[in-house]
Write a protein that binds this ligand. Sequence first.
Ligand code: ADP
Ligand code: MG
Ligand code: ZN
Length: 482
Amino acid sequence: MAIYDGFEPVIGLEVHAQLQTESKIFCSCKVEYGAEPNSRTCPVCLGLPGALPVMNKRAAEFAMKMILACGGTVHNRSVFARKNYFYPDLPKGYQISQFDRPIGEGGAIRYRLETGEEKTVRLIRIHLEEDAGKSMHPEDGGAYTRVDLNRCGAPLIEIVSHADIRSPEEAYGYLTKLKQIVQYLGVCSGDMEKGHLRCDANVSVRPEGQAKFGTRTELKNMNSFKGVERAIKYEIDRQIKLVKSGGQVVQETLLWNEKKLAAEPMRGKEESHDYRYFPEPDLVNLVISDDWVNETRKNLPELPEAKASRFVSQYGIREYDAQVLTDSRPLADYYEEMMRHTSDGIGAANWLQVELLGVLNKTGEDITATIVRPKMLADLVGKIASGEISGKIAKTVFAEMVESGKEPSVIIKEKGLVQISDDSAIIPIVEQVLASSPDNVSKYRSGKTNVFAFFVGQVMKATKGQANPEAVNRLLKERLDA
Ligand code: ADP
Ligand code: MG
Ligand code: ZN
């Protein structure tokens, strides 16, 4: 705690996650990233007079999945509310959100720090709301700010944590876990660059040992998890310096500037009464039966921890490898697809983690996009296990797979890389190697058996590494010890 000079940071995060539904939350417009500006709009999401919203059932189901996965309570009846404020990308002049009666409350997110220490962050609530559009400000010198309303009405859940977080690193760990959960559930892409996950951070500091929270500020506009971590770190330092020099933290909203690595005041902190919330008159209450809740709970997909322990017992891999392989769902799916084509769980895990991920880390390519398909990599692993090729040759084959996307069997055939395991093919080479080194043969026979490696090397060289090492060893020994 010494790093904070007698102070303790207190942090609570508000995370917006865009739900991966086909259509928007209150109309049938498509939710599509990168479409031509304002082409995915209709009278409802444009807020034209007389247009009426209709709730998207799938959005409620997705919100429920997240609430249940975090161990929270889904309310049988929740209420939509108008949050009134003016903004150019909010054509109605209000946002449909939930206020005092959200769809879900409670629950927690548990995660591990890099040190291995386990942490729990309790959730206050999860509620449904619609997104606003996007304002595109001129980069430099342009005269106009342009508004794209395609995102208007995209479904969001807001996940509000208790102020249980105590450091920037913890905030990072919490967000990483949250992203993993929404991805596993398939309710959100988790893509922060596309704005599918957005995080506001509430930060305060208090003297160590004090129970009461200090005055907080709210940080906005971070566009990566590392950015959130940096912004929080900056703000903690600023507040501690301020308090130590006799000043007082003012409750306000700050905009993080990633270029300047500084947070700049945006506005005084608004209170909920500023928004003049009232129940949305155009929508009925959201009613969710116990049956629907139970059905949703029953259909929750396997979450990372459960998958990792199943990988250990089902495929015989180490706990650590199972953790790595279940880190993201696409990676876990890749491994599991491999395991449909090979029985060598350990081999598959090694080749995936060391070789394929090694390449992808370098190219920045996504596991879902690589031309090396799970079955191809599994086939390669199978060929090593069966002795068709050696591990060394497999690396050559793999390099070619990454380049051309060809099946391993095709590459092995084209390049003539099949391992030579047939004794009758190896014996002549063994005999030739022995015949051409009578000195070394005598050395070996006089007890200097360390020259054995020399013979193995010669045979491998003569076969371009394709001789089966086990056979080479055996055949050499037979002759030398005769
Ligand atoms: P608002 O709706 O005005 O943003 P909430 O009370 O709903 O305020 O809290 C929003 C977030 O701020 C929550 O994540 C909460 O844990 C966090 N929070 C509240 N008080 C503090 C504080 N003093 N320091 C840090 N975080 C706080
Ligand atoms: Mg807030
Ligand atoms: Zn629409």
